[in-house]
Design a protein around this ligand. Structure first.
Ligand code: FES
Length: 155
């Protein structure tokens, strides 16, 4: 069916239109291709979902993914790491790893490994989260972590 024939069909009332079988089948083919594309997209989504589920299962079996190696944490300072709850500063206190939020309590900048905020200069104790110098007035929030086989995990 040519474009002219299709245009002519459009001018005819819908109930009276005659569509050649070839045009109908061609249209069905396009619809099937569209559905095939939907099917493959759906499959890809399912695969990603399955992968996420498997990763989650593995993570929960191991107590979550490690966020750092204990050996990477300096003895006299802190280490910034990405935890599920956000950026944290890891430090050693009495031989144990402790963690606090690495988000400055003044206006939300990420502190560095020394506990210093680059935005306005607040300084926090990496091991306790306490404010050493303002303008921040509140300590860093404690974050629960555990150690296992030389790695630090979110608790
Ligand atoms: S945001 Fe950290 S000192 Fe202001």
């Amino acid at each position: 069916m040519t474009l002219t024939e299709i245009a002519d069909q459009a001018a005819i009332p819908a109930a009276s239109r005659v569509w050649p079988r070839r045009a109908v089948l061609a249209g069905s083919g396009a619809a099937l291709l569209a559905c095939a594309a939907c099917g493959s997209k759906s499959t890809a989504t399912s695969s990603a979902s399955t992968t996420s589920t498997a990763a989650a299962a593995n993570s929960s079996a191991a107590g979550g993914s490690p966020i750092a190696s204990v050996s990477a944490i300096p003895a006299d300072s802190g280490l910034i790491a990405d935890a599920p709850s956000g950026k944290v500063i890891l430090a050693k206190s009495n031989g144990k790893v402790v963690a606090h939020s690495a988000i400055c309590t003044h206006q939300g900048a990420v502190i560095d490994g020394t506990g210093t905020c680059p935005l306005h200069g607040s300084k926090f104790n990496p091991a306790t989260g306490a404010v050493i110098n303002g303008p921040a007035g509140s300590p860093l929030a404690a974050v629960a972590v555990t150690e296992k086989d030389g790695k630090v995990y979110p608790a």
